[in-house]
Design a protein around this ligand. Structure first.
Ligand code: R5P
Length: 303
């Protein structure tokens, strides 16, 4: 039963405290406000060698919700998330870890001999450190979901993304996912908009990282808006390839949408240079492209 349907919900959430980790303070505050519960800020100082020293200003009891995304930078912020969980676990009755962008989920198998399945290690670490439950948004790998020993709730930004686009005056939109991998979610998104959808067959050379699109027949998209959608934009290379394809089909405007805006280095500029009109992301990672707030989706999973 969903606690939100019960009358005692406000009383239940009195026993909750939301902690804002260094990378997710704004989102954490929004989650606390949605739950109508206490918010506590974590404090951080960085040692000259790069180590993070994190302090919580008070002893936490009841259920503690740690909110810490893991970018930028992935390793550092995963370490900070683990430290916060471990500290909260010492005094809390239960720790829920909200990791809106969960890093390492792309490394979910040994693609080339000698590689490490780091997503499995991360999954085990989060549970072993004390998280009783983990909540994330649009996890990259369905395979990695099986690596967690504690319950994992994989929420999705897709309905909120669709809500955002419904308000735009799109002209006969075509939804394109840059690879087959994300096509199921892209299809969901397209259905919510009542739009057509296709997926490109993107291939990545596992050694060089180089991308190419295989056998895509050219469509006539003249006068039509295109929405490129993926779980994350990292270097931007996948979106740029997809944008080139869309342009070759004579489309009108191009929107690039993702749940997780990693946007490393000059990715944003490169996307603009590739004729992408607008980048839209959710706030799983704080970035100026954030247009879609997932705090309510996360709050609904906290019980
Ligand atoms: C890959 O499978 C992911 O879904 C994204 O397509 C990829 O990580 C995006 O990376 P980049 O922006 O570097 O092409």
């Amino acid at each position: 039963m969903n606690v939100k349907t019960l009358n005692f919900r406000p009383i239940l959430y009195l026993l909750f405290t939301v902690i804002g980790g260094s990378q997710s303070k704004e989102l954490a505050r929004k989650i606390a406000s949605k739950l109508d519960c206490k918010y506590v800020d974590s404090k951080i100082t960085i040692f000259p060698d790069g180590e993070s020293k994190i302090t919580l200003p008070e002893t936490l009891t009841g259920t503690v919700v740690v909110v810490q995304t893991t970018y930028p930078h992935a390793d550092t912020n995963m370490m900070r998330a683990l430290a916060l969980i471990a500290k909260a676990k010492k005094t809390a009755s239960r720790v829920i870890a909200v990791i809106p962008y969960l890093c390492y989920m792309r490394q979910d198998m040994e693609f080339l001999p000698g590689e490490i399945v780091t997503s499995k290690m991360v999954a085990k670490l989060l549970g072993a450190t004390g998280a009783a439950k983990i909540i994330t948004v649009d996890i990259h790998s369905n395979l990695a979901v099986n690596y967690f020993d504690v319950p994992l709730v994989n929420t999705s930004a897709i309905p909120k993304m669709a809500g955002y686009f419904r308000k735009l005056d799109l002209k006969c939109p075509m939804i394109i996912s840059p690879d087959l991998f994300w096509s199921k979610k892209a299809k969901q998104f397209a259905e919510m908009l009542g739009a057509e959808q296709i997926a490109l067959n993107k291939q990545r050379d596992r050694k060089t990282g180089k991308l190419k699109i295989l056998h895509q027949k050219n469509l006539d998209l003249s006068g039509r808006d295109v929405v490129l959608i993926d779980d994350m934009i990292s270097t931007g290379n996948s979106m740029i390839l997809a944008a080139r394809y869309a342009k070759s089909c004579y489309c009108r405007r191009i929107f690039a949408v993702c749940t997780h805006p990693l946007l490393v280095d000059n990715a944003e500029k490169r996307l603009m240079d590739a004729d992408i009109d607008k980048i839209i992301s959710s706030n799983t990672i704080e970035h100026k492209t954030n247009q879609v707030d997932v705090s309510d989706i996360i709050a609904q999973s906290i019980e």
